[in-house]
Design a protein around this ligand. Structure first.
Ligand SMILES: [Zn+2]
Ligand SMILES: [Zn+2]
Length: 235
């Protein structure tokens, strides 16, 4: 697949996910009857949303620029045309998701243990005590840039053995982005709570409420393995 087309579709996925995020955020602020489905009783003020929008938009634009350059340069590591081998797609998708998630767990836990980084960098994200969807990227730019190494480490490792499946990468992008919107949406989970070790919205919402524990995002298993799982004492 041509370099420009590959980058174009990858960026399109980012744009589509963020448009969904914008819609979800506006719904959680302006559609009052949906408040009963929110995890926390705290109401999100429209003023808070519009105050946070400039940093959110800045990060999304920067994300698209860095992703375009990064993917353009990494394009030789990807297969030359789309391969529809389902087993390879599923395998690579889970490897990227798994490595990225483990990397994120350690990065996130470190940002909480290091008081300097917590105060100067990660504290911005934690201004959201009861988050709305787009607050997944209401972070210090350094925070998501550090986090962005996760999938690229995975891509590099897989490429040592085989070319990266374009579809596996696109599915990873889609799932990871939608999952981030979901866990920051503030809405109670419907299906995800029934998938074992899958990070549901209550898991990350509690992390925002307590500012401690539940550092895992996609797979909650890391919080059990490293004993950082916290429970909601309201239940
Ligand atoms: Zn945190
Ligand atoms: Zn968060």
């Amino acid at each position: 697949m041509d370099q420009q087309i590959f980058v174009f579709y990858s960026i399109l996925i980012i744009i589509c996910c963020n448009v969904i995020g914008l819609f979800l955020s506006l719904v959680s602020i302006h559609v009052n009857f949906l408040h009963r489905y929110r995890i926390q009783k705290r109401k999100i003020k429209a003023k808070t949303f519009y105050n946070r929008l400039p940093l959110i938009l800045f990060n999304i634009v920067l994300l698209m620029i860095i992703s375009s350059i990064g993917l353009y340069c990494l394009h030789p590591l990807f297969e030359s045309s789309i391969n529809y081998d389902i087993r390879m797609i599923i395998l690579q998708f889970f490897i990227i998701l798994f490595i990225d998630d483990l990397y994120f767990y350690f990065l996130h836990a470190w940002m909480h243990k290091n008081s300097f980084i917590l105060d100067k960098v990660h504290r911005i994200h934690h201004k959201a005590i009861a988050p709305f969807a787009l607050e997944y990227i209401y972070v210090h730019p350094l925070e998501w840039i550090m986090g962005y190494f996760g999938p690229f480490i995975a891509i590099f490792l897989i490429s040592l053995f085989t070319p990266i499946s374009i579809l596996a990468f696109w599915i990873y992008q889609l799932v990871r982005n939608i999952h981030e919107l979901d866990v920051h949406s503030g809405f109670k989970s419907i299906f995800s709570r029934w998938i074992p070790f899958w990070g549901e919205s209550e898991h990350h919402d509690l992390h925002h409420e307590k500012l401690d524990g539940n550092y895992a995002t996609t797979f909650t298993i890391w919080d059990y393995v490293f004993k950082t799982k916290i429970d909601d004492d309201k239940e």
